[in-house]
Design a protein around this ligand. Sequence first.
Ligand code: 5AD
Ligand code: SF4
Length: 451
Amino acid sequence: MKPQNPPRTYRVKSFGCQMNVYDGERMGELLAEKGITPAPQGEEADLVVLNTCHIREKAAEKVYSDIGRLSKAGEERGHKPIIAVAGCVAQAEGEEIMARAPAVSMVVGPQAYHRLPEMLDRAVKGERATDTDMPAIAKFDSLPKRRRRSPSAFLTVQEGCDKFCTYCVVPYTRGAEISRPFKHLIDEAHRLVETGAREITLLGQNVNAWSGEDDAGRAVGLAGLIRALDRVDGLERIRYTTSHPNDMEDDLIAAHGEIAKLMPYLHLPVQSGNDRVLKAMNRAHTAESYLRLLERFREARPDIALSGDFIVGFPGETEAEFEDTLALIDTVGYAQAFSFKYSPRPGTPAASMAGQIAREVMDDRLQRLQARLNRDQAAFNAASVGRTCDVLVERKGKHEGQWLGKSPWLQSVWFAEEDGREAQIGDMVTCELVEAGPNSLRGALRQPAVA
Ligand code: 5AD
Ligand code: SF4
């Protein structure tokens, strides 16, 4: 590659999960420390980081079309951007990317992106560099402090997954489970609050597998961490995601009934409502044990909003087995959910299983499943009308004086300022939910606002 001018502007494009959003923000901060600034909206950046997702085929293929589009646009402008590929596709297909996409200067895995600044220096000299090492915790120690002020912040507490569901690439791309130390997390939480966060979402591929030692040297799990965060002044909301049904400790369920800051929301993927399919997925729980678990959360916190993930068309899934998933959905009544067509991932056991399902069958099942999930989400929103709750204001709405925020149940709520009652980002206001749409609710400001 030819030597290039040092970049003045950057853009990080993050795909996939919230962990990637967190990583993307940290990469932006690293680049900012080198004096590189975010490219203004609508302008091309000198350095583009594609922070990729490998979870499904469509997501993984997107990186190649993005690279093609970026270098073509750069050629037309006579100024090609430096392209870095980060995230899970980088981890899984680093060498292939280097071979297939000569326009790429850097390939950096999710555990190695703290080395991005050094790699960039090499890229400027015209060298191509790949780093997909997995040195576990090192990355977090060398990350700069957060600059962006958002009232809702992510905090990665755990990475990697040891569950090895047979369809999933995460244990390969993100590696084995590791937990960040208790003290680091409490310190980071304080820093987040100092820079404007009022809500923290604890992130982990299997967040319930987090474990550590508290200040007194006692072994603690996620509930212990949440109890410690409860004591952080200025922090008002705590959330966590994503959970696996088999790692739910009793104390976490109890915490939902005891800690006001812990929001009444649980994202607990089930994937399928059929025990044979669950077994083939290596989920190590049954539909029944999952439902019993949800019941315990509902007992601890009756208004808890439930969310899940679903896969349709896992190899061998019959119509009757699929209908078990529909039945489970009817039993639970989810407030929100994510659903996907099964996508065979290279190197995973399910990819070579017999009975791969035809695309049309998957399309049909996904449509039927999503119709139920949409119905339940609309019903949950409709049932919220009349509730008065706190709304954390996150951004401006489309119209002057209009604001968007989140309810405790993670619903998007918009409201309009009224005479003498102005709002700003980061406020916690009290709203009565007065009207429900399928994806959001309208709130009316009620006094007094919660300070
Ligand atoms: N195909 C389809 N969906 C998948 N997921 C994970 N791997 C696959 C795959 N190979 C879904 C699961 C998981 C969510 C993050 O993505 O539902 O919970
Ligand atoms: Fe993937 Fe299963 Fe781990 Fe979730 S629990 S990240 S689906 S292997």
